[in-house]
Design a protein around this ligand. Sequence first.
Ligand code: MG
Length: 339
Amino acid sequence: MKRLVVGIIAAAALGLTGCTATEPEAPTSYVEDAPEGSPVALNGALSVVDGKIVGQHGNPVTLRGMSLFWSQWDPQYYSRETVDWLVDDWKVTAVRAAIAAEGEDSALNHFDREIEKASTVIEAAEANGIYVVLDWHAHRNHPDEAEAFLTEIARRYGDLPNLIYEPFNEPLRDDVDWSRDVKPYHERMVAAIRAIDPDNVIILGTPSWSQDVDIAAQDPVMGENLGYTLHYYAGTHKEELRAKGDAALDAGLVLMITEFGIVNADGDGPIDMASSDLWWDWAEANDISWLNWSISNRDESSAALKPGTPPSGWSAEDLTESGTILRARLRAAAGFDED
Ligand code: MG
């Protein structure tokens, strides 16, 4: 939106100075502005077609990247330099801003602060020509706050090609029903976003911490460019959860893995490489994007960074075992050596 305003001002200035241009130049498209060869330059705006997320040329697009951690706890990584580093060194094609929406020190009570964090990450992704998932990182319904936040993001960035909305990270399991509780929430969020941004992809969460995609598939939200997130932690979730994913795919849902770990569901415990490889094979075979949890320096095994790691310039010694594996996997997927 800012760039459009600049373009209008520039066009007005041309007229005032008596330039020979007869027509104001059309605003440069955001896709053309993306760095040459970047994921956004190559794929443009995403949409949902025939059970796949596709780019503007109709080809399936698989995004691979990293989720940032709860935004209130590791804010130093909600920075341009961290996104730059993840693009330059880790070769991510997407990042996820996990905007905290639980507890007092969150977007529920610090709207402006968290909007600024989200904006920093979205603008950093735009500058690098990668995609960005804007995740309302909640486990419980906060529809008024969610709608205010998501619509402000849509107002600021809904004209970008690289923005993906995730309006409800992980609805809980007990006493939470998809059709009764979560689907109406999403219908409200989708309507609110669509009133401002008619087209960007929206990825919906389901009960049981975004595992019940098979249940959502029986009663999906109606609308354009909608998909569903499937979250897994490889040490805990195995074939049984992939079967739920297969059921959703068979029913025609589009899936994106906006969050997963190669450890246990509590974000800790040993790395399960055998299970992780099965999950990666399944995702890649189905053109399903994946974003790993998380860019964090907490003392837990899902954190990619060791305690004290700065916002960028990470050496091999700064990375945890999980971070080392993810960096290698992302670089390999992008056609680069592990080094
Ligand atoms: Mg849009």
